[in-house]
Design a protein around this ligand. Structure first.
Ligand code: ADP
Ligand code: MG
Length: 416
């Protein structure tokens, strides 16, 4: 029983840093350096526990997994993490006294750390499968070196070989398992981030054709006026023509600006956001799309509404909701956008359509990934919008009735 307990403890010591990393550190700690420092400390603690509570079995049989924290710390954290963890192992071993075991520890590290650090670069640039192979290969190599030196120092015997081979198999299997676990969680995290971005690209590509049209219109108007101005017999309305041309060009410029700012890669910059101003930009961006769908957008937006967050994200989430509202009215209609502030200090954005609406069941599923009732839908728009509003510490409420229309209420914490 005690063997199993010890064994489970060793495994737990590997799991804890991995989960702490993905739950508390990966997204919250922004700088790579701080992340490495924190992870080195966590892996260091895990090494100390591994060495303090090994699995004992048979005569002289001792199993422990210190190689795994050392390996993970060095492979994911790089050179200095590797040096720090190795030094920690040597110092802690020294604390138990200078014996054959101590020399063995030092020798094994001298021969294995350079190899681990040599493979670190190619590990960092590899994909999951190759990473697993490198990690497993290195832990195999480490155990083999340990087995050889210990044998040379103490002498080989059948019993000794048995213990060491069990140790080797044990370590290699556990290394394989934890590298797989770590890499799989990593992939899932990565996928979540990519999903947000890919949904944005899709919306952009859908809006692009409408944009091209929007920009061509003012161009053509201006071109027409320039042609007229070229005519020597028509100087009468000269001023007016020039004025209209300038306005049209300004408008084209504005559309291009808004579009570019929407397409820019997300920078994680939070700032004070003027909601009225952003709503107006969003309406500008979506205007062409709504006209194409014979949808009119009516707005009633209160000035002086400030929130704190990333304006690009806010725009993205509003555009996804507005696009759905427009698409819910195949025969055209009106979308109302209002913005007010509530007594409990929220900014309340209301987006209401006269579209096909949703049943109760459909509302419940809204926001789940890939839930879409459209032929060419992705079912990611709402998920991304919900995520963004949540990241603003806001709330979304949806009221909808089949064939009557839908109302989205977005509440965002107000600042002064
Ligand atoms: P997509 O638009 O690609 O289908 P979304 O995540 O944006 O994906 O929306 C998911 C589904 O929610 C839509 O397919 C639609 O059925 C429903 N939906 C969202 N907004 C509305 C709305 N305003 N009116 C009616 N149905 C809506
Ligand atoms: Mg959508």
């Amino acid at each position: 029983m005690s063997i199993i307990k010890d064994f489970l403890l060793q495994l737990t010591l590997m799991v804890i840093p991995i989960f702490i990393y993905f739950t508390f550190i990966k997204e919250r700690v922004k700088s790579d350096k701080n992340r490495n420092v924190i992870m080195s400390i966590l892996w260091g603690i895990s090494i100390l526990f591994c060495m303090s509570f090994p699995v004992s079995f048979g005569q002289n049989g001792r199993l422990e997994l210190r190689i795994i924290p050392l390996l993970f710390g060095s492979l994911y954290g790089g050179f200095w993490s590797g040096i720090f963890l190795s030094a920690l192992i040597i110092l802690y071993r020294l604390y138990f006294g200078i014996s054959l075991g101590f020399y063995n520890t030092v020798l094994v590290l001298l021969f294995s750390l350079p190899v681990i650090l040599f493979f670190q670069k190619s590990f960092a640039s590899s994909k999951k499968d190759k990473r697993v192979k490198i990690a497993v290969g290195l832990s195999f190599y480490y155990c083999l070196i340990g087995l050889t030196f210990f044998g040379i120092l103490r002498g080989f015997s059948i019993d000794y070989l048995k213990v060491q081979i069990i140790h080797l198999i044990f370590v290699v299997v556990v290394t394989w398992f934890f590298t797989m676990l770590n890499e799989t969680i990593r992939e899932i995290h990565q996928l979540r981030l990519e999903m947000q971005n890919s949904e944005k690209l899709r919306v952009i590509s859908e809006l692009t054709s409408v944009f091209a049209h929007e920009i061509r219109n003012p161009m053509q108007v201006t071109r027409g006026f320039l042609q007229l101005l070229n005519d020597p017999d028509l100087p009468k309305n000269k001023k007016e023509y020039i004025q209209i041309s300038i306005e049209e060009l300004d408008r084209a410029n504005e559309i291009i600006n808004d579009f570019l700012s929407f397409g820019k890669p997300l920078i994680n910059n939070n700032e004070r956001i003027d909601v009225a101003y952003q709503l107006q930009r969003v309406v500008n961006i979506i205007q062409g799309y709504s006209l194409n769908h014979k949808v009119e957008i009516k707005t009633d937006i209160l000035d002086n509404c400030w929130i704190y967050g990333n304006p690009q994200k806010l725009n993205q989430s509003l555009i996804n909701i507005l696009k759905n509202a427009i698409e819910s009215m195949p025969n055209g209609g009106i979308v109302w956008i209002t913005c007010t502030s509530t007594e409990d200090r929220y900014i309340k954005i209301n987006i209401k359509d006269q579209g096909i609406g949703m049943t109760k069941k459909q509302i419940v599923r809204l926001g789940s990934p890939f839930y879409s009732l459209k032929e060419r839908g992705t079912g990611l728009g709402m998920m991304v919008s919900f995520q963004i509003v949540r990241s603003f510490k806001g709330k979304i409420q949806v009221h909808s009735e089949k064939d009557m229309g839908t109302e989205f209420i977005i509440l965002l914490p107000q600042i002064t």
